[in-house]
Write a protein that binds this ligand. Structure first.
Ligand SMILES: Cc1cc2nc3c(=O)[nH]c(=O)nc-3n(C[C@H](O)[C@H](O)[C@H](O)COP(=O)(O)O)c2cc1C
Length: 452
């Protein structure tokens, strides 16, 4: 049997009226001003992604805001509720939601995702995050956010418990035989009886497995602990790749960590997120890129938003023309530390003042995927061939650009055989080429039979 050719995977990230760095995306007249809470808008985006044979739609989330948060964050739908609606209006598209392990319990997350699994026929995915928004603690009865080691240890145990709960029923647990009045085969129902450092969970979960066995696990943390969690449990990895070399380095690091843990690196799909800018020519695309980024330029908003990775520390209290206040890094200890460290290091290396730091991080910049449809397709193919990515997580922004990507870039990639022209499967695992995890109790029984 020949192995199917490796194909580029496509995800679509939705940030409705505008995520970080996009304070004025919502001024685009083609975006409904209520897009982030408008289910009809999401249904339309999912349909468009499905028409272009995308693998998945990804709904980001967090649970803490201030008045300075990006427009999309201020007023948005809860991911699983939203994805339940998309599950019944799409047929093939994977449905991936961010849910934090820091402010949930494994039983309720396992149950809600298992429900989405059955509603969608095996198309759900879970982006496991540990929350960088430290303020979420105050919304969940905690005085302060967990430190990095605790939140990632809790995250790993959380996922293991959820996976254990998803094995509560074996495939044939429900004979549903009216003649013998047998609904359940109790020998095929299993209590987890987990007792660990962070969770005590008896089980069983009150919902059966789906056509793909279990939801696909995604992960997006970039710290040492975050990469280690991704290499341990991630089947899809969301990340950022500012250039080819950085993408390759991350890809290599993640996959070799996974191999060292005894995992098959081919069973992990690395998908950096990126905005794409398409024009008739490369020059025109660069003009579009500059123009669209320039529309979002706003020094005061960028200064306020700089606080987010630093646990919403308020940088407005400092002298703008003094050196970047490195001491603010202590606030990032429980926030988005990796992102905060990158900013602080860039400021230090370049000797920037606070004003120069804000100007630099919010200035229009040339991104990797900008050009004519041919150029963008070729660049994507190069990154894919050079193992800087297995897939692209396309950032949906301006509708005209989203349309050009689907209608002008995707067909070129299809023609070259880089992306699919038809769905391979009905499940997300099937489309991503990921194996179905076997039920642990079924496997144990089969192995014990072989030994006899
Ligand atoms: C592509 C990408 C998407 C992410 N999506 C979310 C998200 O939806 N919600 C969230 O709380 N954190 C999200 N994160 C943040 C990380 O999961 C993590 O909490 C953060 O990066 C801080 O941890 P770290 O220092 O380990 O990276 C995302 C990160 C990346 C790179």
């Amino acid at each position: 049997m020949s192995t199917p050719a490796r194909q580029l995977k496509l995800g679509a990230v939705t940030m409705g009226v505008g995520g970080p760095g996009q304070p004025y995306l919502w001024l685009d007249e083609d975006i409904p001003v209520d897009a982030s809470v408008n289910i009809h808008w999401y249904i339309e985006q999912a349909r468009l992604a499905e028409q272009a044979k995308f693998d998945l739609i990804f709904i980001v989330d967090s649970q803490f805001i201030t008045a300075d948060s990006p427009p999309h964050y201020l007023n948005r739908l809860e991911p699983l509720t939203l994805l339940s609606a998309l599950a019944v209006t799409t047929e093939h598209l994977g449905l991936v939601a961010t849910m934090t392990t820091s402010y949930n319990d494994p039983f309720n997350i396992a149950r809600r995702l298992a429900s989405l699994e059955l509603i969608s026929g095996g198309r759900s995915g879970w982006n496991v995050v540990t929350s960088g928004d430290a303020g979420a603690a105050g919304n969940f009865s905690r005085a302060e956010h967990y430190d990095y080691d605790t939140r990632y240890a809790r995250g790993l145990e959380f996922v293991r418990v959820a996976q254990g709960l998803w094995d509560s029923y074996e495939e044939d647990a429900f004979p549903r035989d009216r003649a013998t009045r047998t609904f359940l085969d109790p020998a095929r129902q299993h209590a987890l009886n987990h007792s660990g450092d962070h969770f005590q969970v008896a089980g069983p979960l009150n919902i059966s497995r789906s056509p793909q066995g279990q939801p696909v696990i995604f992960q997006a943390g970039d710290s040492e602990q975050g990469r280690d969690l991704g290499a341990t449990i991630g089947e899809g990895i969301f990340t950022h790749a500012p250039n080819l070399a950085a993408g390759q380095a991350f890809y290599q690091d993640l996959k070799s960590r996974a191999a060292r843990k005894g995992r098959d690196p081919d069973h992990i799909v690395v998908m950096p997120g990126a905005a794409v800018f398409v024009g008739d020519t490369d020059d025109e695309a660069r003009e579009i890129e500059y123009d669209l980024q320039n529309r979002d330029k706003d020094f005061d908003r960028a200064l306020a938003e700089l606080g987010r990775p630093f646990a919403w520390h308020d940088f407005r209290q400092y002298d703008l023309d003094a050196p970047f206040p490195q001491e603010a890094l202590i606030f990032a200890e429980r926030g988005f530390r990796t992102g905060a460290e990158k900013i602080a290091k860039a400021a230090q290396d370049n000797g920037w003042t606070l004003r120069q730091t804000v100007e630099s991080i919010s200035a229009p910049r040339q991104t990797p995927f900008a050009g004519s449809p041919e150029t963008v397709a070729t660049r994507l193919q190069e990154w894919f061939d050079a193992r800087a990515l297995d897939g692209l997580n396309y950032h949906i922004g301006h509708p005209s650009q989203w349309r050009r990507f689907r209608e002008e870039v995707v067909p070129i990639l299809q023609e070259r055989g880089v992306v699919r022209t038809e769905y391979d499967a009905t499940t997300l695992r099937g489309n991503l080429g990921l194996p179905v995890p076997e039920n642990r109790y079924t496997r144990a029984r089969e192995e014990s039979l072989i030994r006899i």
